[in-house]
Write a new protein. Structure first.
Length: 259
């Protein structure tokens, strides 16, 4: 399917690996010009080189901490006025409420709530003026069903979901759509970290813990960054203009819910 977005410009955050890179790759394949961001310049440059080589894409890599105002300003300066925004940031560490202090809550809110809102509110006005734009936020399946060990993530990402719910409907008439993608367990560095923590907590091997986790998913496996990215690219396409303020769950059926 031709997504109809060749020649558009996209800013993709946390795009050096994992789900962010999956989204960047799918957009590059669709002919989108990319500005990608992550903290580690070496890993980010390697990802940019891969995207240029594989897809012939125009890619600008900006190594910066997107949660820091100065870093965010550098990324936005390089991005200019993109047609597409994909927000993404690593989730807070697992734990329980007894582990956390005020600073932990503020850090989670800055990374997974306030930073996406800052990017959205900066880039929305020019999108609205042009009469077209796509914003996709990578959040978490935890906004549908909270994950006990990820209380900080549950809190911050649910807050972003509430912000998007109202804002998406306020701007839809201008031709700009805002939606959220909710990943379940995907084969990424993040899930490897959580798997290791879970294995240590349960006193089993990493391999056994992963086997148990995959067996609990109806499709019997973890998701891939490529299939996640393909869904993101569709939401950014010309065909998705009637999808507004939705929370699309990609979890292999792990969350059992009728609605």
């Amino acid at each position: 399917m031709d997504l109809g977005i060749a020649g558009k410009r996209a800013l993709v955050c946390a795009a050096s690996r994992g789900l962010g890179l999956g989204c960047a790759a799918a957009l590059a394949e669709a002919g989108v010009e990319l500005v990608i961001n992550a903290r580690r310049s070496d890993v980010l440059e390697a990802a940019a080189t891969e995207l240029r080589t594989r897809y012939g894409a125009t890619v600008t890599a900006v190594a910066a901490d997107i949660t820091d105002p100065a870093g965010r300003a550098a990324v936005l300066e390089a991005a200019g006025s993109p047609d597409i925004l994909v927000t993404n940031a690593g989730g807070p560490p697992p734990g329980v409420w007894q582990d956390w202090q005020r600073e932990d809550y503020l850090k989670a809110l800055e990374a997974n709530l306030l930073t996406p809102i800052a990017l959205i509110t900066t880039l929305l006005p020019p999108m609205m003026e042009r009469g077209w734009g796509r914003i996709v936020n990578i959040t978490s399946g935890s906004v549908k069903a909270p994950i006990p060990a990820l209380g900080l993530s549950n809190m911050a990402r649910t807050g972003l979901t509430g912000f998007v719910a109202g804002t998406a409907r306020q701007v839809a008439s201008s031709g700009v759509t805002i939606n959220n993608l909710l990943p379940g367990s995907h084969d990424t560095d993040r899930i490897a970290q959580l798997t290791a923590a879970g294995a240590a907590r349960e006193g089993v091997s990493v391999e056994e813990f992963r086997r148990q986790r995959e067996a609990a998913i109806p499709v019997g496996r973890y998701g891939t960054a490529a299939e996640f990215g393909a869904t993101c690219a569709f939401l950014c396409s010309q065909h998705a203009g009637f999808i507004v303020g939705q929370n699309i769950l990609l979890d292999g059926g792990a969350i059992s819910a009728t609605i």
